[in-house]
Design a protein around this ligand. Structure first.
Ligand SMILES: CSC[C@@H](O)[C@@H](O)C(=O)COP(=O)(O)O
Ligand SMILES: [Zn+2]
Length: 494
């Protein structure tokens, strides 16, 4: 089984890349050759998966209320809360409520639709499946928990004991959750359907899970639900499909008949299909800044670029600016420790108050990059290569020629990547006591060097940005390689 799974994953990954049309990715393939780039990113993604798989063991041991893997617990919880901000109008108190969850700062209405709101336990009826328990949670793709489909109100439901599956359901097919005894007592048809259903065992487990979840408050419920379902997603691939298999992907809704045969039209069998769906959902989640920032910080730390609490990252996501906390070990950042603000600098979500965190001191520079350069992500690193290069280069700019990696740098003025025979000029600004005091000279450098995608700060490090986090990261890698070779050239006068 290991090989087919691996192939499906690599295939998914290849599809992900093939569908990417962004200019810089095409360019990078040209620059470095597809295998190398794919290899690097594959390493990144497979590393993530290996970690997830390793975590699964811990999670499996602990169903309900017994979350043994705190990191995964928090990641899942925080993502749902973070993403919910845009549209759900969730009221959460600005003050600490004593729970470890990020605080959504929003004072709009009560976020109910036909009496349902995020975190509500429900019974949902879909297709031929028996009434199935689930939770109302936002769709991670659209950030909404409710929508209209041809004027018909729908809710987005995640199902219990169904491998983290979800779909949109008409509200008229949903009722408030009640216990197993109550629902069966009032519904003889359901009792009969369950007794002869192949899904009987799975349904009973789902109900058991739902009853445990129903006893929790909404925050605990959502986090516990995701913690358990991650383990399910990895451990029950051979299970029969549950209720969500009719329309597991919001935009593309497979019909029931897709799942009736052993082998589907695209050549995959039922188990493979389930695996692909699970993986593609994880793909959505992995590209969320709540996952990306901690993950990228760990990678940068391992390269010595954000050590001793220095450096940081910010990513823009649907006009929300995610920012790492200040003065913490950057390789240990948890998803709930991120700050989220809008482009005007107003806080949207802040970490739990008991964590006593403050926003990165680099925030003014991050914001400057968003406003002045329409960046999608900004990375600040304390690069020893930058420090050395600035020592060897007292001018207020560094010029680099004749190196292949120049092709990985995007010229912000021409909107094209450099060619390797072009001269790359990167501005250097002087360091200051506080990061915020760099803003004026940083801005001046942006004006003076409209082509640049990085600013070096003497004796300190650099800021590098890109239209998205991938370009910010790959340019950082190219700059680091260029600086290493330029230092060598300067030292050896070649
Ligand atoms: C080692 S202290 C470094 C800080 O002064 C600053 O330069 C920095 O890069 C990190 O700022 P932070 O506020 O932790 O995000
Ligand atoms: Zn710094």
């Amino acid at each position: 089984m290991a090989l087919p799974i691996l192939n499906i994953r690599l295939d998914l990954y290849a599809k992900f890349h093939a569908s990417s049309r962004s200019q810089h990715q095409l360019h990078l393939r040209r620059l470095a050759g597809l295998p190398r780039i794919v290899g690097t990113a594959r390493f990144f993604i497979s590393g993530f998966m290996i970690k997830e798989m390793a975590n699964t063991e811990d999670l499996k041991k602990s169903r309900y209320g017994r979350v043994s893997n705190k990191r995964k617990f928090n990641e899942e919880l925080d993502l749902s809360l973070g993403e919910s901000y845009n549209t759900i109008n969730l009221i959460l108190n600005k003050k600490s409520n004593g729970k470890s969850s990020p605080t959504v700062l929003n004072n709009s209405n009560n976020g109910k639709r036909n009496g349902f709101s995020i975190g509500d336990m429900v019974w949902a009826k879909t297709g031929k499946y028996p009434l199935w328990p689930g939770i109302v949670i936002v769709d991670p793709v659209t950030n909404k928990f409710t929508k209209n489909n041809n004027m018909v109100p729908m809710l987005h439901i995640y199902y219990c004991n169904d491998a983290h599956r979800r779909n949109w359901i008409k509200i008229k097919q949903i009722i408030k959750f009640s216990s197993k005894n109550e629902i069966l007592a009032g519904n003889q048809k359901l009792a009969a359907q369950i007794s002869r259903s192949k899904l009987k065992f799975k349904w009973n487990q789902a109900v058991e899970e739902a009853e445990c979840l129903a006893a929790m408050n909404k925050d605990q419920r959502i986090s516990s639900f995701f913690a358990d379902n991650i383990s399910d997603a990895n451990s029950t691939l051979a299970d029969k499909a549950g209720p969500s298999t009719e329309q597991t992907t919001p935009n593309q809704q497979p019909t029931e008949t897709n799942y009736n045969g052993d082998r589907l039209l695209d050549g995959t069998n039922h188990e493979e299909k389930m695996l692909i769906e699970n993986d593609s959902k994880k793909e959505d989640l992995k590209n969320h800044p709540r996952y990306l920032i901690p993950e990228l910080c760990r990678q940068l730390y391992s390269k010595g670029l954000v050590t001793g609490t220095g450096g940081g990252i910010s990513i823009k996501y649907n006009d929300q600016i995610f920012i790492a906390p200040s003065g913490v070990q950057k390789e240990r950042i948890q998803p709930d420790e991120l700050f989220v603000q809008n482009l005007d600098g107003e806080d949207i979500i802040v970490p739990p108050s008991e964590k006593n965190l403050s926003k990165s001191q680099c925030t003014p520079i991050f914001m400057c990059s968003y406003h002045e350069r329409n960046a999608g992500a900004v990375i600040h690193v304390h690069s020893s290569k930058v420090v050395k290069l600035c020592l060897l280069n007292p001018e207020n700019e560094v010029k680099i020629t004749g190196l292949e990696m120049i092709k990985g740098i995007f010229n912000e003025q021409t909107k094209k990547f450099y060619d390797n025979d072009e001269e790359l000029i990167i501005p250097i600004i002087e360091n200051s006591k506080y990061e915020k005091d760099l803003v004026d000279t940083f801005k001046m450098a942006l004006t003076k060097y409209p082509s640049t995608s990085a600013v070096l700060v003497r004796n300190h490090g650099m800021y590098v940005w890109g239209s998205d986090w991938i370009l910010a990261k790959t340019q950082l890698e190219c700059y680091e390689a260029l600086f290493k070779d330029t230092i060598f050239k300067k030292l050896n006068k070649v």
